[in-house]
Design a protein around this ligand. Structure first.
Ligand code: SF4
Length: 510
């Protein structure tokens, strides 16, 4: 026998609402679902009239439903919002390329402009390339950190007031559970906040904060929304999976446990003396960071230097890796310089530390060169100096018999090779003279190559105070997959922009 909709509309119920257990017809479910989100928006004062809002769109169920509902409510309640879609293309073949097609479809269906930013354009790497380099273990750390910054960049480009993300109640309850299980109470406030973002940053808001995942799926299904449900090909089996399984088990027994857990997270207080990191601007990319150098820059530096584990783990570990790397680079550079010099000695007359060009008569006297010096009895250059010590601007050997004495500024032959090397090592050519001194002195340019190491040192020093005051930060956790947090700063959790729909929750100390 059909059950009537409990709202009294007179229609037969067609579903049992997961959140309340009410038997509802489709229309009443839609109304209840949308109205709850409207209350979340108005009570949380998420938007102001006239705001431009970027909906972080992955093509998954959460962001698709969010875009659809925001559009509906914007029209129904006349919010006056200028809505647009912002997507990040991580460069995951067979996953993101397909889901982006869904986003494009949504953009057309909801008449919302779409902006897509790719990791390749922003960072020079796709996730496919990153995974090929680092393997499958910490891939989500890179993905999450880059995505957060990419969203910030996209929002800045679109000049929006805020970014609306598709975090749902299940995601937030899972994060609360995870933080409790890890003893990271300090993060509860942030992970349950409906709006996050400090001064100078573009805020992120979560209109679906109190919306159950099951209801989102139901809504998308009954509304026949187009969304992408394939899991990311790099999706991990993370710690979050255990929290998720636990939550689902508890939900079966007591559906309200999701809301109860969120409430617990909101009301658990953090001790006054626990210092939380402050936001600032990354000294390199100038985007928001909790550190001197942001996590995205550290990870990118690691990728570009062939040190993919840089940025995974404690800062002391990263510093060690950078020091080793720089030492090796210095060794290589010295070897290369010696090679150039040896070649020069073999092929050219060297006088006063400079290489004579073909016009120098002494070139013919190569056989008389002894350790880079000419034999005084051969009537050639009277070079008394070692080949490696000159910084003078002249290429002339200085000898009376050298015909090039007055062509002082001409470039010596091996410099093109040196320039190539300098370019290879990322050293500006105008300082090349200082750089190629192979006498053990550290050149200015090599010091600048160590800048990141210094930045990290300085960050580390500053962070040490925080670590003392906040023992939680002192721990080195295994990087949890589906992660997206910055170094030490426990940023707000981010839902994986993949259709996997999970919230990232990186927990690393740096
Ligand atoms: Fe990125 Fe999510 Fe895929 Fe991890 S599972 S690689 S965070 S899209």
């Amino acid at each position: 026998m059909p059950v009537l909709c409990t709202t009294g509309c007179g229609k037969n119920a067609s579903l049992k609402r997961p959140k309340t257990g009410d038997a509802l017809c489709k229309e009443c479910f839609f109304w209840a679902f949308e109205t709850e989100i409207h209350f979340t928006i108005t009570r949380g004062e998420l938007f102001n009239r006239g705001d431009s809002v970027a909906v972080a769109a992955s093509g998954g169920k959460d962001s698709t439903v969010l875009a659809h509902v925001l559009k509906t409510l914007n029209e129904r309640y006349d919010y006056g919002l200028n809505l647009m879609l912002l997507s990040i293309d991580e460069g995951i073949t067979g996953y993101r390329d397909d889901s982006l097609e869904t986003v494009m479809q949504n953009s057309a269906d909801y008449v919302m402009p779409l902006k897509i930013l790719s990791y390749k354009d922003l960072y020079g790497w796709t996730m496919d390339e990153i995974v090929a380099q680092i393997g499958r273990k910490n891939n989500c750390t890179f993905c999450g950190v880059f995505r957060r910054q990419a969203l910030d960049r996209g929002a800045a480009l679109l000049n929006v007031k805020c970014i609306a993300t598709g975090h749902n109640a299940d995601d937030i309850a899972e994060t609360v559970l995870m933080n409790v299980l890890r003893g990271d109470i300090a993060r509860l406030k942030r992970c349950t906040a409906i709006s996050t973002g400090s001064e100078g940053t573009i805020p992120r808001v979560k209109p679906l904060k109190y919306t159950y995942e099951k209801e989102i799926v139901m809504y998308a299904h009954y509304k026949k929304l187009v969304y992408f449900s394939t899991e990311c090909v790099f999706a991990p089996n993370a710690y979050r999976g255990h929290a998720r399984a636990l939550l689902k088990d508890m939900e079966r027994v007591r559906p309200t446990c999701i809301m109860d857990i969120i409430y617990s997270g909101e009301t658990m207080s953090v001790k006054e003396q626990v210092s939380l990191p402050t936001q600032r601007v990354c000294s390199r990319c100038k985007f928001v960071s909790s550190q001197e150098v942001c996590k995205a820059c550290v990870l990118l530096e690691g990728l570009n230097k062939g040190l993919p584990k840089l940025g995974i783990g404690k800062s002391s570990k990263a510093k060690r890796m950078l020091d080793d790397y720089n030492a090796k680079q210095n060794e290589k550079l010295e070897e290369a310089i010696n090679e150039i010099n040896n070649e020069s000695k073999k092929n050219n007359c060297i006088s006063k530390g400079k290489v004579c060009r073909s016009t120098c008569k002494s070139k013919n006297a190569q056989s008389n060169l002894i350790d880079g010096k000419t034999d005084e009895n051969t009537n050639t250059c009277n070079n008394e100096r070692d080949a490696n010590i000159s910084n003078e601007k002249t290429n002339c050997c200085g000898d009376k018999i050298c015909n090039r004495k007055d062509k002082a500024n001409e470039t010596s032959e091996p410099n093109s090779k040196a320039a190539k090397l300098l370019a290879e090592y990322g050293i500006p050519e105008n300082n090349s003279v200082e750089t190629i001194i192979p006498n053990g002195e550290e050149s200015k340019n090599l010091i600048s190559a160590n800048n990141l190491s210094n930045d990290i040192n300085s960050t580390r020093e500053k962070e040490s105070e925080k670590e003392i005051s906040n023992p939680v930060n002192n721990e080195e956790f295994e990087v949890d997959l589906h992660t997206n947090d910055d170094i030490v700063l426990k940023e707000e959790d981010e839902t994986c922009a993949g259709a996997c729909g999970k919230i990232d929750s990186l927990h690393i100390g740096f």
